[in-house]
Ligand binder design. Structure first.
Ligand SMILES: C[S@@+](CC[C@H](N)C(=O)[O-])C[C@H]1O[C@@H](n2cnc3c(N)ncnc32)[C@H](O)[C@@H]1O
Length: 374
């Protein structure tokens, strides 16, 4: 197991979900740079209850646990990682408070440390919330790998928070220092925003996939979803704004729907999309890592537009996990229906897992596939 050594100590850290032969670390050079800087600034006299935002696998929370930080985060995987890694290092998880991105911090923090989120809309929302929250003169310290910090990123800090400068790069990482200016002009930020797709209303919070307009793969999938489902139990896996599950519920009012996503803002968006379409059936909305802890043999249909990355890491490991867990959670005779880019090779994967796979529809870019649990 790999350990992070920083001025606050040496900590064992793992990425979740755990994988055999994992080659990636649970932290990056930006975490190291930020922790070194915090130590230089504050030494052991760290301010109590700093706010840590977008900590991926808990490296910052674990290293700064003695200061009883509050973690503000959009990711369920970050949540379980935080507590997993605290336990690995014998840290009492009560030392770290967890605040999902769908709640707002309500007390001005003693200090703010941030990893940049992968989407600029979420960054904008976080900066605007912080600008209201922190006292005049507060300097927020953000970190990321230099390749993710663009001129437009710094402009966003300037527009939404206040005067901003950056550090020199170290091991290809950089720090951003931004000091709040409460007198900045108001920013026209229009999230959550509702989009309309053929009469279906879809609510999108800032941290949601394809929040400005419906993804083209999703659009294609909507034309090829299973039909005549009566009171079946259907899971929308990786639900985003809930487009797939809401569409199914509109056509099958007796169906029972479960919406699952690892992003809190997605789960919230799906729930608000449900309400916006006046749906009255049974529905559950759940932040989770894929279908972990779902009962086996419990679902009739699973629909999924799988992700092709985890955070900044491109790869099909989460998609593969979704397919494997779907096989376990489906009842005998149940169906997994997915959409994917043609080149992703899901056909072979489904055949391997389920022993069968039918092409329901395809165009020059996407393919909709169906596999039945035997
Ligand atoms: C390609 S998007 C599809 C969103 C939506 N179903 C649609 O078609 O517009 C994939 C979704 O999977 C979610 N996701 C990624 N990793 C996940 C995980 N480990 N468990 C559950 N959901 C995950 C992402 O947050 C994202 O909303």
């Amino acid at each position: 197991m790999e350990s992070l050594t920083c001025p606050f100590g040496t900590f064992k850290l793992q990425r979740l979900p755990l994988r055999k032969n994992e080659t990636l670390r649970a932290w990056d050079a930006a975490d190291e740079y930020l922790l070194t800087y915090i130590h230089e600034q504050f030494g052991q006299a760290l301010p109590q209850k700093p706010l840590i935002i977008n900590d991926s696998f808990g490296a910052l929370g674990v290293a700064l646990a003695a200061s009883q930080p509050v973690q503000w985060n959009n990711s369920w995987i970050s949540y379980i990682s935080q507590y997993h890694n605290a336990e690995l290092n014998g840290i009492d998880s009560k030392q770290i408070d967890w605040l999902p991105s769908t709640n707002r911090p309500d007390i001005a923090p003693s200090a703010v440390f941030m990893k940049l989120p992968h989407n600029t809309c979420l960054l904008e929302e976080q900066l605007l919330v912080l600008r209201e929250l922190v006292p005049e003169g507060t300097t927020l310290i953000a970190a990321d790998m230099a390749k993710h910090i663009h001129t437009s990123t710094l402009e966003l800090f300037e527009q939404c928070f206040g005067p901003t400068k950056t550090s020199l790069a170290k091991k290809k990482a950089r720090l951003i220092f931004s000091t709040v200016d409460k007198a900045l002009p108001a920013v026209n930020f229009n999230y959550p925003r509702t989009i309309d797709h053929n009469g279906m209303k879809l609510v999108n919070h800032a941290g949601v996939f394809s929040r400005q307009k419906l993804d083209i793969g999703t659009r294609f999938f909507l034309e090829h979803l299973p039909e005549a489902l009566q009171d079946a139990h259907i899971i929308d896996l990786g639900c985003g704004n809930g487009a797939l599950g809401v569409h199914i519920a509109m056509k099958n009012p007796q169906a029972q729907l479960t919406f699952v996503d690892e992003s809190y803002m997605s789960v919230q968006s799906a729930q608000e999309s449900w309400t916006a379409n006046n749906l009255q059936g049974e529905a559950e909305f759940r932040a989770n890592d894929c279908l972990t802890d779902f009962p086996k043999d419990s679902a009739d249909i699973i629909v999924c537009n799988p992700p092709f990355h985890q955070g900044n890491t491109v790869g099909d490991h989460i998609a593969w996990r979704m397919l494997q867990q779907s096989h376990e959670v489906l009842r005998k005779g149940g169906e997994l229906r997915i959409v994917g880019n043609r080149h992703l090779g899901y056909h072979a994967k489904l055949k391997r897992l389920f022993g069968n796979c039918q092409t329901v529809a395809s165009n020059n870019k996407f393919v909709v596939l169906s596999a039945i649990k035997k």
